[in-house]
Design a protein. Structure first.
Length: 266
């Protein structure tokens, strides 16, 4: 938990929230999923430091949100360009980059367009291009967002992300979370959601040259496990680990997830 800090950067396109924790010599960048559109990492340095305390032992960890003022039509590639600018402002390069879900889409573009920023790449429950399962999820969440149904988004995400046992435990929590902290506007979420279904880095994946670990779940009902397998086949020399019986929330459920990521990124 060493030195948790909350920060905000002023980029050319506007402000971006980020957090920092840990005191390791190596640098790690964590990129969260599309839920960032509903709540950024602002003020989350201490909770993240507690959640990822194993990573904090070996790394100085940064987690970046997307820009606070996303314009209509912003793509995952645009988001990677903003991330690169943010890393430049903080003097970060040659980092281990861990992207989860939509964060993985952004991480793909960062490794493609700004390879000097990425020493090792970990792509978790993500995809290189849209597929019918992801499209259906994004359509459903977008419809809920247009109706202002924050609790519906939270509950549907939980139902699709966790194993049956974890879902039963999470329902009450997510109902409570869905009744508080509702964003003033859902427009930022809708822009991020649209960028997921227009994401397509498939052709460029073969150009990624840094060591890469792809982590997926066989029961992923958002990005699909097949998407993880395809990424690993496409990136030269990529390693693949599939968690049997786990889905999109495996980074919370798999007990060895942090150890696996830390071992690869060392």
């Amino acid at each position: 938990m060493a030195h948790p800090q909350n920060g905000r950067l002023l980029l050319q396109t506007g402000t971006m929230d980020y957090i920092r924790f840990g005191s390791g010599e190596r640098t790690m960048v964590l990129l969260p999923g599309v839920g960032d559109g509903l709540k950024t990492v602002k003020g989350m340095a201490v909770p993240f430091a507690l959640l990822y305390r194993e990573l904090a032992k070996d790394f100085t960890v940064y987690s970046f949100s997307r820009g606070n003022a996303l314009s209509e039509g912003t793509t995952t590639r645009d988001m990677a360009a903003e991330l690169s600018e943010a890393m430049d402002m903080l003097g970060l390069s040659d980092a281990a980059v861990v992207g989860v879900s939509q964060g993985g889409m952004i991480a793909e573009w960062l490794a493609i367009d700004h390879p000097e920023k990425v020493s090792r790449l970990v792509l978790v429950v993500t995809t290189a291009r849209s597929n019918p399962t992801l499209q259906a999820c994004i359509d459903r969440w977008s419809e809920m967002a247009r109706k202002g149904d924050y609790q519906g988004i939270m509950l549907d995400t939980a139902e699709r992300s966790y194993s049956p046992k974890r879902v039963r435990q999470a329902r009450l929590t997510y109902r409570l979370l869905g009744s508080v902290g509702k964003p003033e506007s859902f427009e930022r979420f809708l822009i991020e959601a649209r960028s997921c279904v227009t994401h397509d880095a498939w052709e460029q994946l073969a150009g990624i040259s840094c060591p890469t670990l792809v982590i997926g779940g066989t029961d992923d009902r958002i990005a699909t496990g097949q998407a993880s397998e395809e990424i690993a086949e496409r990136i030269p020399g990529a390693q693949l680990h599939m968690y049997e019986g786990l889905g999109h929330g495996l980074y919370e459920e798999a007990k060895d997830f942090e150890d696996r990521v830390a071992a690869f990124c060392r």
